[in-house]
Design a protein around this ligand. Sequence first.
Ligand SMILES: Nc1ncnc2c1ncn2[C@@H]1O[C@H](COP(=O)(O)OP(=O)(O)O)[C@@H](O)[C@H]1O
Ligand SMILES: [Mg+2]
Length: 242
Amino acid sequence: MIKLENVYKAFGGQQVLDGLSFDVAEGESLVIMGPSGAGKSVILKHIIGLLQADDGLVDVIGNNMSTINSAKLQDLRRDMGYLFQHSALINWLSVYDNIALPLRETTDLSKSEINERVMEVLELVYMQDARQKFPSEISGGMQKRVGLARALCTRPKLLLYDEPEAGLDPEMSGEISRMIRRLKEELGVTSVTVTHSVNCALTIGDTLAVFEHGKLLLSGPPPEVLNSDHQRVREFLCAPID
Ligand SMILES: Nc1ncnc2c1ncn2[C@@H]1O[C@H](COP(=O)(O)OP(=O)(O)O)[C@@H](O)[C@H]1O
Ligand SMILES: [Mg+2]
């Protein structure tokens, strides 16, 4: 479903992706961990098509992201949902309207079809009772769930999560991770998640990849990677969290 092959990307003199390669199969959940500033969000932006590789192949659902035209990219983006680090909800719109917005803007669904979709995703994240509330009236965890519902409303095949646990306490972070896991199991979506949370990686990931200096240091089933004797991986994963 996603294939990166020898991908290079530099900003100014800084080589952020340095021959990065990985694959994500249909239905697979890949979790990427790595130091802050290493380029994890940059990886996700290459998959969404917000950034283009300097060299190498980025293939998403059969599309070469270096040569894709803008009409195709627009179609492809409808198959992708993303949850940003900060939920990025619109403050002056209700929970309901925040979710309905992408449907109103990118589809020609009727009002009643939109209503059906919004209620369906609100139910998936247990937020149907809060639909008339505004973002400032709900907790951070609930805002994340609304962000998740919004990412799901176009029924994407591929979901990208950028630090879904950011800004949440451990309990809420666990709740969001379990919800992401459940969505994978119930909807069968393929996903790539960037996280700093080992618990989140264990809950969500089929595969855990550790990324540093522009490439993967190690990847495999999360328990295997967490117990590996790769020295740098151990240092990074066992470092005290601040
Ligand atoms: N559009 C951009 N222009 C210039 N530099 C960028 C851009 N996007 C990211 N960078 C740089 O790339 C590096 C990796 O950023 P990022 O992917 O956000 O790191 P993280 O692993 O914390 O998500 C940072 O040094 C950042 O400043
Ligand atoms: Mg980031």
